[in-house]
Design a protein around this ligand. Structure first.
Ligand code: GLN
Length: 569
């Protein structure tokens, strides 16, 4: 059922993809909440995948897991980071999810024998989900990003749902189109025609945009603003200039220069509690990102970033952001270096290069590729006291490394790689083995938020400053309970466990032995936010910074590193 007085803002892309619809949506959410509204951000993905868990991270980017355990697109991560709030499962929709629900209803005779069709059944399933999301957390405004670009075959059903919403709720539904204005080198001026055409195409769906966000390399001048306004029936003030900026965190501030929150509030017929957007803490954060001059070098050893000749880091976006926030928080800038795990297997002596980093991260992953390389890296980090932070797979491999080289468990491994290993220190839980036998893979992952309790006197406890935590998971394997005491006797501490003590959540070495050698079975990066950096990343960056200071005091290591570096965006 529709909520009374709830407002819906649809964000639709025109001209081309990849111009920042997700960040636009997140920024609008940020600004409206800075004006005192409770805002809900939704992403609609036109894929037939029922969730984002089955998509290849190199192609599609990171899978972002919500508290509920739903596996979603990385845009949901941006939404949470900008809003500084966790979002419910209702806020993510895929075509697959919608069709699956319709087909299930049909099989269960829930359509009373009707002939089930795209219109009205699929369309109304979409609309019902918009209503449900609006109802799920007491929000006043839903901002809904429709994936893809206008004219795509795949997202047409969502456009139709949006159109119907407009006719059902006059005055409560607003359309924003995010377009791109090219400046072709040979012409030398900014062209509005592709935008005009995209708007016309949107008109052909029966949708008239109320606001146009004009993405371009440069700011939009008045002449072009007026041209778009005139040609496309839009108020000139509602054409918002959105030039390229240094960092995605500048976007809300930039939008506000064109008074976008005033425009939105007026168009939605709302009354804002505050006269202007309260962006104080946001600005403080943005200033920190610009002021941080001193740099620390962090190596990320993974496998999902080589596509052809390009290095793409989208698969690790939350990890990148989490490190950056904590770095800014302690007044430094983190340079991330992408090291391919495989290289450590093939090139003897390569581990020495690791000495020139201030910290090493092995992020999450699946499967065989680069595993032995990662284990070599972890061993080197442990022996040379380089700050090491293992995330999920990075923690499992840290336990394997310790089992093999310190606890004397020769050939220790994870069932994922070598089910015949004599020491399966990382294994499936018995319930999961049963499910996998029946090929029920969907139910075998531990997904979403689970609580953990922390041991006194550990790095983890000192960082979190609390007894119990809740963190998000996405993995199939666990530290085997059979090996816990053997590994602990050898010196590794399980400083975080599930409240019943059965599942190992955090492993670490005592700080007297190593400045920071810690891994988490969960993904702490999923809960790191610009205004609320993650305590474990803070602790990691703090020791990395100390190492950096030590290294610059005595420049004993020749760097010689030649890696792809991602500068802070
Ligand atoms: N492959 C490991 C597992 O399934 C780790 C997963 C991860 O790092 N997200 O348990």
């Amino acid at each position: 059922m529709a909520l009374k007085n709830h407002k819906y803002v649809f964000v639709i892309g025109g001209v081309m993809s990849g111009v920042g619809k997700g960040i636009t949506t997140a920024s609008i959410g940020k600004l409206l909440s800075a004006r005192g509204f409770k805002v809900n951000l939704l992403k609609v993905d036109p894929y037939l995948n029922v969730d984002a868990g089955t998509m290849n991270p190199t192609e599609h980017g990171e899978t972002f897991v919500l508290d509920s355990g739903l596996e979603t697109d990385q845009d949901m991560g941006n939404y949470e980071r900008f809003l500084n709030r966790s979002l419910p499962a209702e806020n993510y929709l895929t075509s697959g999810m919608v069709y699956q629900a319709v087909i299930e209803k049909e099989r269960n005779l829930q359509y009373d024998g009707a002939c089930v069709e795209a219109i009205p059944h699929v369309r109304d399933e979409i609309i019902d989900r918009f209503y449900k999301a609006a109802d799920s957390n007491g929000s006043q405004i839903s901002v809904i990003e429709i994936g893809g670009t206008v004219g795509d075959f795949q997202n047409a059903m969502f456009m139709e749902a949006a159109r119907v919403m407009h006719s059902r709720h006059p005055g409560d539904v607003l359309f924003i189109m995010v377009t791109y204005l090219p400046v072709p080198k040979t012409v030398g001026e900014m062209k509005t025609k592709p935008t005009q055409n995209a708007i016309r195409q949107l008109n052909s769906y029966g949708i008239q945009p109320d606001i146009v966000i004009a993405r371009a390399e440069l700011p939009l001048d008045n002449r072009r603003k007026e041209k778009i306004a005139n040609q496309c029936n839009i108020r000139p003030n509602n054409v918002i200039s959105a030039p390229d900026v240094d960092s995605i965190y500048d976007v809300p501030l930039n939008f506000e220069r064109d008074n976008i929150s005033d425009v939105l509030i007026k168009e939605l017929g709302l009354q804002a509690k505050s006269k202007s957007a309260d962006l104080k803490s946001w600005k403080t954060f943005v200033n920190k990102t610009k002021r941080a001059k001193k740099e620390i070098d962090i190596a990320v050893v993974g496998k999902y970033f080589n596509t052809g000749d390009f290095v793409l880091s989208d698969a690790y976006i939350s990890v990148i952001e989490a490190i950056k926030y904590s770095a800014y928080y302690s007044g430094v800038k983190a340079n991330l270096h992408w090291l391919s795990a495989k290289d450590f297997e093939d090139k003897p002596g390569k581990t020495k290069e690791l000495l020139s980093y201030d910290g090493i991260i092995v992020p999450g992953g699946f499967g065989q590729t680069g595993i032995e390389g990662k284990i070599k890296v972890i061993k080197f980090a442990r022996e040379n006291k380089i700050p090491y932070f293992g995330l999920c797979y990075g923690m499992q491999l840290m336990v394997i490394e310790y089992a093999r080289h310190v606890a004397g468990l020769k050939g220790a491994n994870t069932r994922e790689i070598d089910p015949k290993s004599s020491h399966l220190v990382i294994d499936l839980m018995p319930e999961q083995i049963e499910k996998i036998k029946n090929k029920d893979y969907g139910g075998t992952m531990r997904l979403g938020a689970y609580p953990a309790v922390l041991k006194k006197g550990t790095i983890a406890k000192k960082a979190y400053k609390t007894e119990e935590i809740s963190e998000r998971h996405r993995h199939r394997y666990e530290v085997s309970p059979e090996y816990v005491s053997k590994i602990e006797e050898a010196g590794l501490i399980f400083s975080g466990t599930s409240p019943d003590g059965k599942l190992m959540e955090i492993a670490e070495l005592p700080q007297s032995e190593h400045p920071f050698f810690l891994g988490t079975q969960f993904h702490p990066e999923l809960k790191a936010r610009p205004l609320d950096p993650h305590p474990l990343f803070n602790a990691f960056v703090k020791v990395a910074k100390a190492r950096n200071q030590e290294r610059s005091a005595k420049p004993a290591f020749s760097s010689g590193k030649k890696t792809a570096t991602i500068k802070a965006k």
